[in-house]
Design a protein around this ligand. Structure first.
Ligand code: AMP
Length: 350
């Protein structure tokens, strides 16, 4: 068990790290952020900041030495340099990163555990694309195998002609059939260092332009019907990875049951509602898990909870957001309200 006053290292400097650091502070811990950007919004609320590139092994080793445990808030942290961090200090470990960083590996891993992803084919070279599209059929989505997030690195292919002229990056792509779904939901779980697993209620998630815009409880009946199967898969994934902390799996609810979309080995935007909408938030339970503390209750505190992301300039209308006294406004302190940038969120409970 990590004693109060201990230092938790967080790889990644964005809003997830910021909310983790705030939860850690409430439990009496100090946080040390490691991030390549010099304007980290997580570092603003943390005791220490190492501003260095991911491949700076010396900086990573010094950072790890200064921390009692290290975690991550970003799934694309390069795995190789993390070898300088003692394995028993990193929670969750590097295996969840290896699986989640490559869409093809991730789908194969999930299939191996009995899960069902969208129909897909790995496309490693330009010359394979036409046959791949033909085999899976259109409409579909071509996604980069690596480094994709929030709908980035994706091309919608509605006919064979759309695929012409697309250059496949060196790290390859995956072509997926478009799933005709009724809605999207996520399963967020926390697994403690003793293997105990708890789940939060699954919200209905709505995306705009590939970016989550809204999560709400209660989710439609179809989510309730499919969440049991989805949770079983998520639990198997967490167990197979020896996972400690909060992990998220996103699903499509379809007429044929839940279809796995992707996993995130970290706290997730579709769990921001848990700060006010659950007895224990995803952020606090992640800290509890990696600190070896008992897990908190994941129950929702109300039947209805709604979380809206504030994307781009809309976040700047602070007076309007606060004109609703019971709404919980969270701003991440980002300097620039660029289009598509997640600037904050609002949660309404009850
Ligand atoms: P991703 O980054 O892969 O999670 O994709 C972002 C969003 O694009 C998802 O949440 C869905 O709304 C949509 N999407 C991605 N893949 C598919 C698919 N195979 N079928 C239908 N919609 C998809």
């Amino acid at each position: 068990m990590l004693a109060p006053g201990a230092t938790i290292g967080i790889l990644g400097g964005g809003q997830l790290g910021r909310m983790l650091a705030m939860a850690a502070a409430r439990l009496g811990y100090r946080c040390h952020i490691f991030a390549p950007e010099d304007d980290s919004v997580a570092a603003e609320v943390s005791a220490e900041f190492t501003n260095a590139v991911w491949h700076d092994r010396d900086a990573l080793a010094r950072f790890a030495k200064a921390c009692d445990v290290v975690t991550y808030e970003f799934e694309n942290v390069p795995v190789d340099p993390l070898s300088v961090i003692p394995a028993d200090k990193l929670a969750p470990g590097t295996r969840p990163l290896e699986v989640a960083q490559d869409r093809v590996n991730e789908k194969r891993f999930v299939e191996g555990l009995g899960g069902r992803p969208a129909p897909y084919i790995a496309i490693d070279h330009d010359s394979e694309l036409a046959a791949g599209v033909d085999r899976i059929g259109t409409p579909g989505i071509l996604k980069t195998r690596r480094d994709g997030y929030d709908g980035k690195g994706q091309w919608v292919i509605t006919s064979a002609a759309d695929a012409q002229g697309i250059r496949i990056p060196q790290s390859g792509c995956v072509f997926e059939g478009r799933v005709s779904f009724e809605c999207e939901f996520s399963v967020i779980l926390v697994r403690g260092s003793d293997g105990e697993v708890r789940f939060w209620d699954s919200t209905l998630n709505t995306h705009e332009g590939g970016i989550l815009s809204h999560s709400e409880l209660p989710a439609p009946d179809i989510v309730g019907e499919q969440v049991g199967q989805a949770r079983e898969l998520a639990r198997k994934l967490a167990e197979a990875l020896g996972y400690v902390g909060v992990m998220t799996c996103e699903f499509f609810a379809t007429g044929e049951g839940p279809v796995f979309n992707e996993m995130a080995p970290r706290v997730h935007n579709s769990g921001h509602w848990t700060i006010e909408g659950a007895v224990t938030s995803q952020f606090e339970n992640h800290i509890r898990a990696i600190a070896g503390l008992p897990l908190g209750d994941t129950s929702s505190v109300a039947a209805r909870v709604v979380m809206d992301n504030l994307i781009g300039a809309e976040a700047l209308e602070v007076a309007r957001h606060l004109s609703e006294p019971s709404a919980h406004l969270h701003l991440y302190g980002k300097a620039e309200a660029r289009d598509g940038r997640k600037m904050g969120h609002i949660t309404r409970v009850g």
